[in-house]
Design a protein around this ligand. Structure first.
Ligand SMILES: O=C(O)CCC(=O)C(=O)O
Length: 313
């Protein structure tokens, strides 16, 4: 389940391990001087206090999970604008943002499409573990496959589960982006704007950790990620560096965050925000559907530049 607890485990672990260390040391008869012991104790105490402060700072970070309610779109927009990302969830009482059956069907469709494409790739004499780039599938960063998908609202391909998924994502994301744009005093998204770019990244078991990167440096581009399975520390959730969308490299650096979203929840982040997919150490594939919105800037689709097609195979 996605809750604030999960996100702060890392910091709590540090706090508690510092505490445990102090207890262990008390049971040992150290030959060192009392002064040395006191200095060590002081250091550990400071470390414990600082770790606690870090946990507290995390727990009051405004980049919180936003749930439907009054002014939730505004809250999401503020987090996205100020911190470079926001998390959207539904409260227990509400219907999920994306129905579980839509996530399941999209997950199955993505997995089937991946397998079909990998078989085509292999018929070209390319191993599925090699790095490769085709118009329909890119393999990068060690077992992370990126499948571009049609924006199904445009093609109205109702046979695809992604049609419903995109429509659910769009109904929320567009409002949040409009609120960010309004905050920045810019023109709202029009319904006539070019279709967003859509796709699905599947990191299969043993997928490696990515390098930190941003997807571009232009303002006005936003990623929306919809994990199709629950994210766990084992299956490698996306990790973000809050605040890096502004290009600020000095001053207080906010702690990195790897939100453990449940399937059907959304992560929205500024294209410029530094992030990476973590390693998938689980036994299951971790598919994340994504949509890229632009409020004017051109999305640099460097992943699929003039790549050869597998369409005729
Ligand atoms: O796998 C992820 O969580 C992030 C993917 C990503 O950033 C990428 O493929 O460039």
């Amino acid at each position: 389940m996605c809750n604030s607890q999960n996100r702060y485990t890392y910091y709590r672990r540090y706090a508690f391990s510092a505490k445990r260390q102090v207890c262990i040391d008390r049971t040992q008869s150290s030959p060192g001087s009392a002064m040395k012991r006191n200095a060590k104790g002081l250091f550990r105490f400071l470390f414990f206090v600082l770790s606690k402060s870090a946990a507290l700072a995390m727990s009051i970070s405004p980049a919180v999970i936003v749930k439907p309610g009054s002014s939730w779109i505004q809250a999401a927009a503020e987090s996205l604008d100020d911190h470079g990302f926001c998390l959207l969830s539904s409260s227990e009482a509400d219907a999920p943002l994306i129905p579980p059956e839509v996530c399941r069907a999209s997950c199955d469709e993505a997995a089937a499409r991946l397998e079909t494409l990998l078989q085509k790739v292999e018929r070209r004499g390319v191993d599925r573990s090699d790095e490769f780039r085709f118009a329909e599938i890119v393999h990068r960063d060690g077992l992370r496959y990126d499948l571009p998908l049609e924006w199904n609202l445009v093609s109205a391909d109702s046979a695809s589960a992604f049609s419903e998924l995109h429509s659910a994502m769009d109904s929320i994301a567009r409002r949040v982006i409009d609120a960010v744009v309004a905050r920045r005093g810019q023109t709202p998204l029009s319904t006539a704007m070019p279709a967003p770019i859509a796709g699905c990244v599947l990191s299969v078991p043993s997928a490696q950790e990515q390098q930190w990167h941003s997807d571009g440096d232009s303002e006005g581009l936003f990623n929306v990620f919809a994990p199709l399975v629950d994210l766990t520390t084992a299956n490698g959730p996306t990790e973000l560096r809050p605040g890096t969308h502004t290009g600020a490299t000095s001053g207080f650096v906010q702690p990195r965050q790897a939100p453990l979203l449940s399937a059907g929840e959304l992560l929205m982040f500024d294209y410029r925000c530094r992030h990476r997919g973590q390693a998938n150490d689980s036994r299951e594939c971790r598919p994340v559907a994504y949509v890229v919105y632009s409020t004017g800037a051109e999305a640099r689709d460097g992943n699929f530049p003039d790549a050869a097609t597998l369409a005729w195979d």
